[in-house]
Design a protein around this ligand. Sequence first.
Ligand SMILES: Cc1ncc(COP(=O)(O)O)c(C=O)c1O
Length: 401
Amino acid sequence: MSDIEELDTTAPDLHSFEPMPDEGVLRALELMNSGALYRYVSASPEGSEVALLEKEFAEYVGARFAVATNSCGSAMHIAMLCSGVRPGDRVLSSGFTYTAVPSAIVGIGAVPVLVECDENLCIDIADLERKIGSGVRCLLLSHMRGHVSNMAKIVELCQEHGVPLIEDCAHSLGASYDGTPTGRFGAVGCFSTQSHKLLNSGEGGLLVTDDEEIAAKAVLYAGSQETFWKRHFAQSPHLARLQNHVPNLSSRMNNLSAALLRAQMTVIDQRIAGYQQRYATLSAILSRSPHIALPQMLPGVTRCPDTLQFRLLFSQDGVDRFVARLGARGLPAKLFGSPDNPRFFKSWQYIDGIEYVHLPATEQILKHTADLRLPGYLTAADMRWIGETMCATADEVAHAR
Ligand SMILES: Cc1ncc(COP(=O)(O)O)c(C=O)c1O
């Protein structure tokens, strides 16, 4: 450890957040002064920040409908209920994702069937092909860390087998495949606005769909009581018909969150371009290291890289030494395959029989792949520092072998 201590440790801070745009702060203050925080206090959708956000977000991703929720977890839960998933059903999902995704399946009483990932952190199409025919009710596909899988093939497989597709877009706002944004390939797309995401309201979520009946059910599941659905922009005869037939899961978003999100929507494209530019600087440096491999995007894919994933071409011992050295230099990379990482399927002990789930490729990849946050306030100089530090650390680990 002595050589680590001698190094310059002026690492950039990777733990903070970007401030809210001034416009959002002012609107939030107005709302706080008025006390009108509940989305349904205004009798018209024009007076509800949440209804306005739904309209603007739907337009942004090109969907007919958006329904705001209190989290992406709630959005996924509601999306599955709207798609007919019931207790005991088998739901295909990504073997590499965050614990909230299989939790949403287990929360319905359904059974997750996990699919392998590949070295580019996309879903493994061959494994998906093997498992999709086995009587599954739906595919809940996670665009984990914004890496977009072969959507043409996935849509084809889902159509062939009559399996509805729900997309977990918690990390993939700003990502697209052949020009189509993620969230627009299946029946429903689910987004998160928790603080570590591109849009930050502390907690929050949105689901998008083109299906009028799904949208109506989602409004009711999210918690529109009485006839408050009249306070949404999108209207449908399904709303009155289903009003007393859909349980209220109290998963609404509030006006304060929506006001902060609406202000961020005005700078979202600028933010995405900034992330992409900074990542280009970092990835160019890392591509020079023979010890580090970056996930490659499929042709036609764009991504908003607000995090870095990298595979270490070392033995397990080398991987552990690299992560420890990098941490000592102020870069807190986390190994996806650590037993306590909630993104490692072996940590999902609440799934019945998880000890028998065998995903050898995913396990091997995650035990060699680490993750680093790249907050939006970093500069190009920060990216160069991170890149050079990682390359130097990898060289040291390699030469100490
Ligand atoms: C991949 C992924 N999906 C879904 C979620 C759930 O999002 P939320 O915290 O908004 O429920 C998360 C949370 O970080 C996530 O990482």
